[in-house]
Each structure stands twice: as structure tokens, then as C-alpha cells.
Design a protein around this ligand. Sequence first.
Ligand code: ZN
Ligand code: ZN
Ligand code: ZN
Length: 89
Amino acid sequence: MPESACAHITAVTTITTPKQHQCEECVKIGGRWVHLRTCQTCGMTLCCDNSPNRHATKHAHSTSHPVIASAEPGERWLYCYPDDAFAEY
Ligand SMILES: [Zn+2]
Ligand SMILES: [Zn+2]
Ligand SMILES: [Zn+2]
């Protein structure tokens, strides 16, 4: 991990990848998503802030799970909500 990353990101030693390429909350409500993110604390895959329901951000705020990884193929980065920190891996 880059030295500039915060403690939450540097604590992620193994990247959790999506179990299924779909937003777990949008599937329940018939919602649509733009991009997918995977929570690095519990492994839930949820939709990004460009999606109507912004489930990844809602999840981070409601659970205090700090770090998400992009679940998009070819994207290799992590984001920490409390520190607004971004790191590629
Ligand atoms: Zn952090
Ligand atoms: Zn969603
Ligand atoms: Zn989580």
C-alpha cells in the first residue's frame, strides 16, 4: 500500500473481492446501479455515488465500515470514508 494511505487502508492486507457482481441492496428493491464497490470490513458489494441509491456510502455511514474497494473489473483502488483517502494497489 502507498505510504500516503491512511491507517484503515494500510490495515487492509487482503483485498476482498465481490462475491457476485451486483449491488446486494439494489437487487432486493429492484434498483439500478452504475458502479459497484465492495466493503472491506464485511464483504458486501454495493453501488457507488453515481448510482441512484448510493448504497455503499449509506452502508459506510450506518455501519462505520471505513474502507471500500472498487468492484469494477480492471479497477484496483481502495477508498476510506472517514479520511477521504484513496489508494491504488
Ligand atoms: Zn482511513
Ligand atoms: Zn445499490
Ligand atoms: Zn461493511
